[in-house]
Ligand binder design. Structure first.
Ligand SMILES: Nc1ncnc2c1ncn2[C@@H]1O[C@H](COP(=O)(O)OP(=O)(O)OP(=O)(O)O)[C@@H](O)[C@H]1O
Length: 428
């Protein structure tokens, strides 16, 4: 049960308890100021806890000498003060201090381990350069090399990839995964990059204001509820199709500007499918519209997005063709909506009736997205294009080349001229 506070200030942790298994690859995540670095500094004995103890293989950390600890545990800190006169080789060699006698005589083994650490982190080409001649990312790799030269059992890293470009980011994490697997290195890494952590760590610990909010496999920890409540922002979590791990997308706040369009929660019906409408649905969600979607196949990615936002979907089984029952239900939603938005989805014989049905609503305002011309996405042998062109010839049907334009037309229609219902009420 670890407790820690900075001087007289409020406690950062109170009774925090964390157990790490040997050979685990654990990520510590959490918002700024949640205590990730402070925890790492306690674990590496840089700071003394106010209460509680840290044990390594059942032995209190305090009972190890500095060099005993350094042979077992190495740290890659977030920021490091480095004497800029040292060259890369000398700096990595410092990782061998715990193995050297007080005169610092260098053994064959020291040299081998330094070469190995430099090779693993791809810094051999900088060996004679001084550290101030390197970029931030190159310097970071040298610091990791120094930690590896310690040949530790446990490696603690605080944001090791923050300065690295995407290539070296994944290379460093690949290296950590390799060392974890092949050299039985136990790894604890603080990361702000939730997706990187999800991809590489087998276990995550989510900190919130100095407490463990949740811990376990990335699937268990990276849920929309957990992240939204701790980071106080809207996110969508999907499965990364390549890695099978959770993938977090932060929903941009800028979309909330559309809230002004629709204070009353106007009803909008969206004809979509095929995965092109995700961004549009998200924007409508943030704008506060009451959205229905149809007719759409279950399992379609637009269907998934719509359901995630809690929109009503008129749906049919995967790959099924539209049927009378679904069309009838859809007609009810079109009827109720102030506006119908048609995405730029491909039309085939299975879904063209969505378009055909709109002809039954000559008074309905419709906005049709046309990023790709209808002819390019008409798989009905011309029927869809014919209906599309018939619809767009109507005065109350507008087309938009981009979603921005579509939303601006929505704004004009809903906030501009008096609504049909209102004028009807006035005239009645
Ligand atoms: N040296 C210090 N003296 C006093 N308070 C500190 C010190 N270092 C950190 N704190 C405070 O302790 C809390 C936890 O900080 P810590 O750096 O551990 O958070 P973190 O989760 O690593 O944050 P970040 O994601 O921003 O790196 C914060 O409120 C911070 O302001």
């Amino acid at each position: 049960m670890l407790s820690f506070s900075y001087r007289e200030e409020k406690k950062i942790f109170t009774d925090l308890s964390l157990e790490l298994e040997r050979r685990e690859f654990t990520g510590i995540i959490g918002p700024n100021g949640s205590g990730k670095s402070t925890l790492l500094k306690n674990l590496s004995r840089l700071y003394e806890p106010d209460g509680g103890s840290i044990y390594l293989d059942g032995r209190s950390l305090n009972r190890l000498s500095a060099s005993q600890l350094a042979r077992r545990l190495a740290v890659v800190p977030q920021e490091m003060r480095i004497n800029f006169q040292f060259n890369v080789y000398d700096l990595v060699m410092m990782g061998r201090n715990p193995y050297q006698n007080r005169w610092g005589s260098v053994s064959e083994e020291d040299r081998d381990e330094v070469e190995r650490a430099m090779a693993l982190t791809d810094v051999r080409k900088f060996r004679d350069k001084t550290i101030d001649e390197l970029s931030g990312g190159e310097r970071q790799r040298v610091i990791i090399a120094r930690a590896l030269a310690q040949v530790p059992e446990i490696l603690l890293l605080d944001e090791p990839a923050s300065n690295l470009d995407i290539n070296y980011k994944s290379e460093i994490f690949d290296l950590l995964a390799y060392l974890n697997r092949e050299s039985d290195l136990t790894i604890l890494v603080v990361s702000h990059d939730l997706n990187l952590a999800a991809q590489y760590c087998r276990r995550l610990v989510l900190l919130d204001e100095g407490e463990i909010h949740s811990q376990g496999s990335p699937d268990k920890v990276l849920t929309e509820d957990n992240i939204s409540s701790v980071y106080e922002t809207g996110v969508v979590v999907e499965k990364n199709h390549i890695t099978g791990r959770p993938y977090v997308t932060v929903l941009p706040r800028e979309h909330r500007e559309y809230q002004s369009l629709s204070a009353a929660g106007d009803r909008v019906h969206v004809i979509c499918g095929g995965g092109n409408a995700g961004n549009l649905l998200q924007r409508l969600y943030f704008a506060g519209f009451q959205v229905s979607c149809g007719v759409i196949n279950q399992g379609d990615s637009d269907w998934n997005t719509a359901r995630r936002f809690g929109f009503y979907t008129v749906d049919i089984p995967p790959f099924a063709y539209l049927d009378e029952e679904a069309l009838e239900e859809n007609a009810g939603w079109v009827e109720k909506a102030e506006l119908v938005l048609v995405g730029d989805l491909p039309f085939g014989h299975g879904n063209v009736d969505n378009l055909l049905q709109l002809k039954e609503f000559p008074d309905k305002d419709i906005i049709m997205l046309n990023r790709r011309d209808i002819e390019e996405r008409d798989y009905t042998g011309g029927q869809a294009a014919e209906i599309w062109n018939e619809l767009t010839a109507r005065q109350n049907v507008k087309t938009a080349r981009q979603e921005e334009e579509m939303l601006s037309i929505v704004g004009n229609l809903l906030t501009g001229a008096p609504r049909k219902n209102e004028s009807r009420e006035e005239s009645g």
